[in-house]
Design a protein around this ligand. Structure first.
Ligand code: SAM
Ligand code: SF4
Length: 473
């Protein structure tokens, strides 16, 4: 819904006649998932068309957009403390006669709408994840004390309304890029706000995904990660109106010349089809790394979470993935302390983790989210127990991550180089398993894959040496 609030404010002076108006600058700060990272780049492209230049510095910014996350209470509260600081900066700016507009976008905007305007009077515009293509228009209207909210689930196609980035913009963002192929969620896990903030599952048409990927590769992008709240639920239409699943889309994208690597995230176990598992065997460009949230190892908790899969289903998927691609590395999300979770339930999660062995994982304390079934339960777990369980789970996951990194020492792997390293003469890139890798090497190797012998492993990165000076074209 688009609504507005009117308040009297002082308008900063217009530039003197004959004086060129300075280029306005926008700072987009993104929180939370990859979907938000992607949306932030599209907002920057959109505002670029309106004459804004991007800045990373708040002091330079005429417009600050907070692209927010609502998944856990902490994430949402962080936004209000950030807004408090921005309000002070805005007041200081007003005193200097310079304007600073503040926009709240993303899932907090969607979930709280006008409430954001009430809680923080310095905010000019609140815009949801499905309506940010209307930002330029909203900003034009947000003048002279007019403050607006637009949290509609737009009927027009947001993606088609967004401008394409220039080659220079794409290059500046690096050699690995995200492409959103699917948005929203119909799963309604009982702990999660996403179906309420992002709406129902929608897949982008095949032709749009192909065109966007081709454009990125033509500008020098070598790695594409297809993203979606439930990316493996992708069901996009081709030009004949036929539905493509994710496996078929990956197969087609792999034919793009110059594209070295493909990834996809985040997947739901229920949508992990055999065709997608087989794609890991048949598509060499598809990286052997799968992020597949399990959430819990207890069937009872999984049922109450409304996950629609049990621990055995999860283990079976991992078994089939490893059969298709023996070197596949697994990563996951876990929640500890879901209402009613007993010590035995938590032990079942630990047992699942021990059985699989993860390369990397995210783990969280359950956070009751308003409006979700989990939040209404009266068997919430106390904070102390949640903290203890989280510490035990994270210790195990850390141990597995270190073991996975240590196992790389002495091996030769392909690394896609992304940027100069922290030290002179160093370049940094990613292994097929998303590990950061540093080597001594030429800057010309950036943007290409090269064979690297791993010589040392730390908890968060690997060090190696180029096997051949020649980076793979
Ligand atoms: N669609 C993905 C799936 O089903 O696995 C996950 C998307 S969600 C943005 C990312 C992760 O946040 C979830 O996998 C879950 O572990 C975590 N999460 C979601 N709601 C949460 C809550 N209320 N408390 C704690 N963690 C939560
Ligand atoms: Fe949230 Fe579950 Fe949907 Fe993932 S599948 S986005 S956890 S409701």
């Amino acid at each position: 819904m688009t609504t507005e609030v009117l308040e009297a404010v002082e308008t900063p002076p217009a530039p003197l006649e004959g004086e060129p108006a300075p280029t306005p600058r926008v700072l987009v700060k993104s929180y939370g998932c990859q979907m938000n990272v992607y949306d932030a780049t599209r907002m920057a492209d959109l505002l670029g068309r309106e004459g804004y230049a991007e800045t990373q510095n708040e002091d330079d910014a005429d417009l600050v957009i907070l692209n927010t996350c609502h998944i856990r209470e902490k994430a949402a509260e962080k936004i209000y403390s950030e807004l408090g600081k921005l309000a002070l900066a805005k007041r200081a700016r007003d005193a200097e006669g310079r304007e600073m507009k503040i926009v709240v976008a993303g899932c907090v905007a969607q979930a709280e709408g006008e409430e954001v305007l009430k809680r923080q009077r310095a905010v000019d515009v609140v815009v949801g994840p499905q309506s940010y293509h209307r930002l330029p228009d909203l900003l034009r209207q947000a003048k002279n004390g007019r403050r607006l909210t637009d949290t509609e689930f737009a009927v027009d196609d947001k993606f088609r309304a967004l401008p394409n980035p220039s080659r220079a913009q794409i290059r500046a963002r690096g050699v690995a890029a995200f492409v959103t192929v699917q948005e929203g969620c119909d799963k309604f896990c009982s702990f999660c706000v996403v179906p309420y903030t992002r709406g129902a599952e929608v897949s982008r048409p095949v032709a749009d995904v192909l065109a966007e990927t081709q454009r990125l590769v033509d500008a020098g992008v070598a790695e594409i990660t297809l993203i979606g709240q439930n990316v493996n639920a992708y069901r996009g239409a081709d030009q004949a109106g036929r539905e493509w699943g994710l496996a078929r889309l990956l197969e087609r994208l792999a034919q793009i010349e110059g594209l070295a690597r493909l990834r996809y995230t985040t997947s739901h176990p229920v949508d992990m089809t055999q065709a997608l598992i087989d794609a890991h065997e048949s598509i060499p460009k598809l990286m052997p790394y799968v992020h597949l949230p399990a959430q819990s190892g207890s069937d009872r908790v999984l049922k109450e979470m409304n996950r629609k899969h049990g621990a055995a289903d999860y283990l079976d998927i991992v078994r089939r993935l490893r059969k298709a691609r023996p070197d596949v590395a697994m990563s996951s999300d876990f929640i500890v302390g879901f209402p009613g979770e007993s010590d035995a339930d938590f032990e079942a999660t630990m047992a699942l983790v021990r059985e699989i062995g993860f390369a990397s994982s995210f783990s969280f304390k359950y956070s009751p989210r308003p409006g979700t079934p989990g939040a209404a339960r009266d068997d919430q777990i106390d904070e102390e127990a949640k903290s203890e369980r989280l510490a035990a789970l994270q210790a195990l996951l850390d141990e597995q991550r270190r073991a996975f990194n240590d196992a790389a020492v002495g091996r030769e792997i392909d690394v896609l180089f992304e940027k100069p390293g922290r030290h002179e003469g160093q370049i940094a890139g990613k292994s097929p398993y998303l590990q950061a890798v540093h080597v001594e090497g030429p800057l010309e190797a950036i943007g290409r894959e090269a064979r690297v012998k791993i010589i040392a492993a730390g908890p968060n990165s690997l060090a190696g040496r180029l096997v051949s000076e020649e980076a793979k074209a």
